[in-house]
Design a protein around this ligand. Structure first.
Ligand code: FPP
Length: 241
């Protein structure tokens, strides 16, 4: 019998909250609130399936250019979820980590990020990576600075720089992304985990993120089964082999 092959590390670019709301005559923030509820259900579904790593794009560095109302609303939503709504992740044994820059996040947001990180740090059933105030190019710039520092201050030899060392100096030490989903029909990666997604399969469902429920996610996994992953080689191995 063929076993179902699921990704080891999946990523979700949660796009379309704003359009979901405006198409219903609601404020954009209502779309983010609905998106947050969807995310909670998806986390439960994905981690219960046994997928060990999930990364989501919650807030890009560019998202600070949105209206102060929307940015404040999103920050308050993050505080609510990190303080309370994501408690179930700890009960499931999931470790929560963050990728991104701390500046210029407010002390209140940072405090709740540190709270959930600390509370879940010894969990081993899975890892939930939240990209917040994140940009993939900035992650690579920050990694370059860290490695330059190792060369200049710690005597690291240039010839000892390799992809393992790069990975150890990204924001989080995560395995490669196997499968990246971007909702809302947009077909761009928008600076999401550039290094980690080098060989990822992409999937672009038309639905807005608040409507990306468990059934939609199951359809995405069906599609993943049928992709050939070659990693630059000549093997023609389907993901369910
Ligand atoms: C992009 O949709 C979505 C965001 C910028 C925010 C994503 C945040 C959530 C789903 C809230 C919950 C997250 C956590 C971690 C609790 P958009 O607003 O750009 O949609 P649009 O393209 O239709 O305008």
């Amino acid at each position: 019998m063929t076993s179902v092959k699921l990704p080891n590390h999946m990523g979700i670019i949660m796009d379309g909250n704003g359009r979901w709301a405006t198409s219903r005559g609601l404020k954009r923030l209502a779309g983010h609130q609905e998106g947050a509820k969807t995310l909670k259900k998806l986390c439960l579904y994905i981690f219960k399936l046994g997928i060990p790593y999930l990364s989501v794009y919650a807030f890009s560095t560019e998202n600070f250019n949105r209206s102060p109302d929307e940015v404040d609303g999103l920050m308050n939503l993050f505080i609510l979820y990190f303080e309370k709504e994501f408690d179930f992740l700890n009960n499931l044994g999931i470790k929560v980590v963050f990728s991104g820059s701390r500046q210029p996040l407010s002390d209140k947001v940072l405090k709740t990020m540190d709270y959930i990180t600390e509370k879940t740090k010894n969990n081993t059933e899975g890892t939930f990576n939240i990209c917040l105030n994140y940009g993939g190019q900035t992650e690579l710039v920050d990694m370059t600075k860290k490695i330059c520092n190792l060369v200049l201050e710690q005597g690291l030899k240039i010839e000892d720089i390799n992809s393992d060392l790069v990975e150890k100096n990204l924001y989080q030490d995560l395995p490669p992304l196997d499968f990246v989903i971007r909702t809302s029909g947009e077909q761009r990666i928008s600076n999401f985990m550039l290094w980690q997604s080098a060989y990822a399969e992409y999937y672009f469902p038309k639905v807005y993120f608040p409507d990306f429920n468990e059934e939609e996610c199951a359809l995405a996994f069906l599609e993943y089964q049928n992709r050939n992953r070659r990693f630059g080689g000549i093997t023609n191995e389907k993901t369910n082999n």
